[in-house]
Design a protein around this ligand. Structure first.
Ligand code: GLY
Length: 361
């Protein structure tokens, strides 16, 4: 059964479809693609498995001649840069893409971010459709219109808000996802529970083993819960003026860890897992939450196959310097997402740098 969740924004509405067999079912998503030119952007890991299936499905469902060019990018966060975005723009030029052309982003968060960013830039914005193939992209990255690339100074520092026309999450793609990637996706699932859903947190504690075993019902429920929650947050605060910042629980620490370790060393979800535990420990240190909540979080993340301690060789001062460049900061002071306990995240302004340094070591 396919679950359909609507993201409703002022002047824009799009569906998230979650189910099996969707990559090959062009009829389910053909309406999201308006014109007769499409650029399928994928990466070297995903393209050999799924690109042909998607192309064939589009051509079959289109009922008219659609030109579909394919661009295969190098895989991994270390390639989420200006050069990769330029490759997509060059491919759009090669296609002769008009304003009604569509970019199809087939892959994980990195592919979605690069392809979406290029779609936002080409002719000041053309359509794109997200076909997430990793758990992380299904539950977080593909929903909500954040697109972008990394800069050597930090992660996601260059980008644009550009909503997709649809998000098509085919659960079958998770069958071939490496374990490490599956676990990294579970970090963002846990994050959804951490910020505002204590019942979902308890459900995750009860179903962590089923999720790791790739039980499709459990995965489908977790993905739908995360997408429903995120669709609500994005509808209320598309541009992150307030509530949406909560989705960054663990991310300020995580982004710093990811960049400082060298992109590709820690997966994004792994860095977020460690970052969430650090944020929970800092919350306890600042008297906002009980230390047992941090332990409960670490326990769940470990059961999901995730690391919970920062690599020992990273200097806290270098991590703090990176955190100071975070997009959430205001007027030079540290603004972090902390919590009052499981399910109760909040924005903390002017966090004491010494306290943050203390939990980093
Ligand atoms: N990944 C956080 C957000 O979409 O706001």
């Amino acid at each position: 059964m396919t679950v359909r969740i609507e993201v409703e924004l002022p002047g824009c509405r799009y569906p998230i479809l979650i189910g099996t067999g969707l990559l090959g079912d062009g009829a389910a998503w053909r309406d999201a693609i308006g014109g007769v030119q499409a650029l399928l952007v994928s990466d070297e890991n995903v393209a050999p498995r799924y690109a042909q299936r998607l192309r064939d499905a589009l051509v079959r469902a289109a009922g008219k001649s659609v030109r579909v060019d394919t661009l295969v990018l190098s895989a991994g966060e270390s390639h989420k840069n200006l050069a990769a975005a330029a490759e997509v723009l060059d491919a759009l030029a090669q296609l002769g893409a008009n304003r009604d052309a569509c970019v199809l982003a087939l892959g994980g968060g990195v592919v979605g971010d690069i392809a979406g960013f290029a779609a936002a830039c080409w002719m000041r914005g053309i359509d794109f459709v997200q076909f997430p193939t990793t758990l992380l992209a299904m539950v977080d990255a593909s929903v909500g219109g954040k697109t972008g690339i990394d800069h050597p100074a930090g992660k996601n520092l260059i980008g644009a808000f550009h909503q997709p026309r649809a998000v098509i999450a085919d659960l079958d793609a998770l069958a071939t996802l490496p374990d490490r990637e599956l676990h990294a996706g579970l970090a963002e699932v846990v994050k959804t529970a951490c910020i505002g859903d204590v019942d979902f947190f308890a459900w995750l504690e009860a179903h962590a083993d089923a999720l790791r075993a790739r039980d499709q019902d459990a995965l489908g429920h977790a993905i739908a819960t995360c997408c429903r929650s995120k669709a609500g947050v994005v509808a209320r605060d598309e541009r992150e003026a307030g509530e949406r910042a909560l989705l960054n629980f663990g991310h300020t620490f995580g982004h710093a860890l990811e960049a400082e370790a060298g992109y590709g060393t820690l997966l994004h979800g792994e860095a977020v897992a460690i970052g969430m535990v650090i944020a929970a420990r800092l919350s306890a240190r600042l008297g906002m939450a009980d230390a047992t909540d941090a332990q409960r979080l670490a326990g769940l993340l470990q059961r999901c196959g995730l690391p919970v301690e920062p690599p020992p060789d990273l200097a806290s001062e270098a991590l703090l310097a990176r955190m100071r460049l975070d997009k959430k900061n205001r007027a030079g002071s540290l603004r972090l997402i902390l919590w009052r306990g499981v399910g109760r995240a909040e924005i903390a302004e002017g966090v004491d740098a010494a306290a943050a340094r203390a939990v980093l070591t």
